[in-house]
Design a binder for this molecule. Structure first.
Ligand SMILES: Cc1cc2nc3c(=O)[nH]c(=O)nc-3n(C[C@H](O)[C@H](O)[C@H](O)COP(=O)(O)OP(=O)(O)OC[C@H]3O[C@@H](n4cnc5c(N)ncnc54)[C@H](O)[C@@H]3O)c2cc1C
Length: 423
């Protein structure tokens, strides 16, 4: 069937990539992007330059405002899709409008997880303005960070000297700790894992990265936060294992993401920790695709990284147009903290009978990188201030190039030569 109308729900990188790639690949039919947030913007700066006040909203736009009209994309901004009807090929918006589509692409992303401690004793709603009894809304001191509104609310409270508790020392919690230190806040970072992020970067790098917080006067505590209580001056946090609670002015809950699957579930599509898709982004209904943080390839973890969402969009466009998908590539991500640039690709593994960890340079003395090798095959790599190493590692993984640990470990080896098979 020739596709002549496509509706994409969700204006994050996955949704924007889908519409951009459709047009780039020659799709000439109707194309509609439903974006709850208005003009789509990029999320990674929300914990970095945007939160720091170094970049305004228009500097983090995914596309120029006039790009949508130039590309003949109908941007339905500030709109919520409330229902999708796959058999009828319809998407219904909150204002009652019904959009017709031969193909529907769900790019609905996810919401920040609200752990049980978010139910604060006394009435403090997470991240939302609350009344102060004098008709003037004040911003709640308890936050999550997923969108611009979250970042704006958090930013108003990250004033010099503010006591900030961050619950969760994953990538976003760590980035906010770094940004908040730059803004002059006192930061306590709590996570039960010791060290956090070991699964993503390997134990050695994880330990060093976590230690960086203390080097920047962030107190790290390895435990869980058991309760948050509103007090007359802020928020008291009870940390597991501590006798007395601690007082904070601001709290950020950074404990992960729940995929936004509500529309898909209501439409009867298969969901399980995400909207379940096949290798070409098609859901359990052949005319509905799902991309980005909301989607999960069966038997795989959700990626939850920017580039994965971008590539999903390109793959969905190719599926709709029945053209060859972009070549598969190992998953890649980046993060920044305390002026250091971190990148990762593939899968980092704890050394065991099958896997070996190879350090290039010295862990703790950037630039350096660490590779996971299975036999002579690289399966994962992380780098600090050495993106070329990760770029080379990605090619090694994608092309299944055989390499020797001794060559990888030698900083004088040109990794591009290893790629060509020369030693
Ligand atoms: C603070 C922060 C920092 C990050 N930093 C990095 C980083 O440094 N490196 C990295 O690799 N990744 C990073 N990420 C992750 C990356 O940004 C995400 O993986 C990516 O944004 C996912 O894109 P998406 O389009 O799938 O979802 P989203 O960006 O969540 O977009 C989904 C959109 O759909 C909208 N939507 C949902 N339901 C509806 C509906 N019913 N109707 C209309 N619209 C709807 C949402 O409002 C949202 O705008 C970061 C994420 C955050 C939050």
């Amino acid at each position: 069937m020739t596709v002549s109308s496509v509706v994409v729900v969700g204006g994050g990188i996955a949704g924007v990539s889908t519409v951009a790639e459709l047009r780039k690949s020659g799709y000439a039919g109707e194309l509609t992007l439903v974006s709850r947030d208005g003009f789509p913007y990029d999320r990674p700066p929300l914990s970095k330059a945007y939160l720091a006040g170094e970049k305004p909203l228009d500097a983090i736009a995914l596309q120029r405002p006039d790009w949508y009209a130039e590309q003949r994309i109908t941007l339905v901004g500030g709109a919520d899709a409330v229902s999708v009807r796959p058999d009828a090929g319809e998407v219904e918006l909150a204002d009652g409008r019904v959009l017709r589509a031969d193909r529907i692409v769900l790019a609905t992303g996810g919401r920040a997880i609200l752990p049980a401690i978010a139910r604060v004793r006394r009435d403090v709603s997470v991240g939302l303005p609350m009344g102060n009894g004098q008709d003037r809304p004040v911003v709640s001191p308890i936050h999550v960070l997923r969108d611009v509104a979250d970042a704006d609310r958090l930013r108003t409270q990250l004033v010099p000297g503010a006591r900030l508790l961050i619950v969760g020392a994953g990538l976003i919690g760590a980035e906010v700790a770094s940004t908040a230190r730059g803004l002059g806040c006192e930061v306590v970072l709590v996570d039960p894992l010791d060290p956090p992020l070991a699964a993503a970067v390997g134990i050695e790098v994880a330990r060093w990265l976590h230690g960086l917080h203390a080097a920047h006067d962030v107190e790290t505590v390895t435990t869980a936060v058991e309760a948050l209580m509103a007090t007359s001056t802020g928020i008291a946090a009870q940390l597991k294992g501590e006798r007395d609670s601690r007082e904070f002015d601001v709290v950020l809950l950074a404990v992960g993401l729940v995929p936004e699957t509500g529309l898909a579930e209501a439409a009867g599509l298969e969901t399980s920790r995400g909207i379940v898709v096949d290798e070409v982004q098609v859901t359990s209904h052949s005319s509905v695709l799902a991309v980005g943080d909301c989607a999960r390839l069966r038997d795989h973890h959700r990626a939850e990284h920017w580039e994965a969402a971008h590539l999903d969009g390109a793959r969905a466009a190719a599926t709709i147009l029945e053209i060859a998908p972009p070549p598969a590539t190992a998953p890649w991500w980046w993060s920044d903290r305390y002026g250091l640039h971190l990148e990762g690709v593939g899968e980092m593994r704890t050394p065991d009978a099958e896997h070996e960890s190879v350090v290039r340079g010295v862990v703790g003395e950037p630039p350096f990188s660490v590779f996971t090798l299975r036999g002579e095959r690289v399966v994962g790599a992380v780098s600090v201030d050495d993106p070329n190493a990760v770029r080379a590692a990605r090619r090694m993984i994608d092309r299944a190039v055989g390499v020797r640990a001794v060559d990888l470990a030698d900083p004088s080896t040109d990794l591009r030569k290893l790629l060509r098979g020369a030693r």
